[in-house]
Design a protein around this ligand. Sequence first.
Ligand code: SF4
Length: 414
Amino acid sequence: MKQFEVPVYYRSPIIGKVKDTRKITDPRKKDFTPTVLDFGPVQFLIPRHFGFCYGVENAIEISYRALEENPGKRIFLLSQMIHNPEVNADLRQRGIRFIMDTEGNQFTEWDELTPDDIVVIPAFGTTVEIQRLLEAKGIETQKYNTTCPFVEKVWKRSAKLGEDDFSVIIHGKHKHEETRATFSHSYQGAPSVVIKDMEEAKVLADVIRGSISHADFYKIFEGKYSEGFDPVHDLERVGVVNQTTMLAGETQAIADFFKNVMEEVHGTADLKNRYADTRDTLCYATNDNQQATYGVLEEPADLALVIGGYNSSNTSHIAELCEEKLPTYFIQNELEITGPSLIRHFNYPKQKMEETRDWLTLPGKSDSPLRIVLTSGASCPDATVDRVMQKVLSYFEEVRSPEEVLEDCLGKED
Ligand code: SF4
């Protein structure tokens, strides 16, 4: 895979070494068992795959290049380039301005932009409407377009569904930038509707079956269907695509569910004509991260630390998987840890910060070591993961040095 130029301060001496070694010993990612870093009184279980993905590294490289190539020019990011507060803060500090926030609230009015300005399109991509608006202003949108190719793949899949006269059901969070962009690209060629989970899939299925009225469809899915969407005609032939960072199992279940619903309503003989089998459109990183999370959760552990931006969809799903098995703390960086007696963490479903006291039980001399699953989302720098690890280690006595631990553990994998 292509190597990107990412500022060195996002790399890390510990996690980076673990990843580099695993890439050599398991280039085809067949082994999803974690690496165990044994510091003595505490062991960290490091999943096979996590952290910066292709799309994020690509976006970081292009954004920093935009800064380098355009001294003296005004450089704007359409919105957060990726969902990581540290990366966005660093770009801001170097002079990049944001046009809007992740919800679409505007910081810079479109009228303020001039053809001389540089606009960077984020990894999630943008809507067709915004792209046209920028082009109408004479702004070059392709030079610093960081849209991830895996997101574009979903757009192509939707376009193909439209060409074949299917409507598009998008499994995603309708306010998320990526889903807003995918929805916009999708409805250029096909009637489209966004559903966020199986619960909404079941409601839409009842619309297909005719047990929910069309008037109710418009109320329930307000803001989530394309203009002119006709629930009578536009749900007769459907295909499913997804936001690239949803839970793989959930997308698969939703796709299978709609296949069954179309079969139930239209009969088996007509199924091919009614349901387009698109297979899921999750990206490789989401797949690998989720598989690696399942892999690490097979090992015994005491708790999990999941690191990432609080608006990061893929990080929230990793936290969700860990929570099913372990006490899990979703934190954005080491600053959320005040000590062994207090950690501040994010409750994603409730969208609020919480505090947990005495979250870290330090083992006594005769106790077995504490085992911590340590992982992060696709937009989190490895350097942040290192800092969290170092902070946790600072609460333990007689810990082995990172050099010794790496030598011991990775030496065995060489
Ligand atoms: S998570 Fe996947 S789709 Fe999103 S930026 Fe990374 S590689 Fe691209």
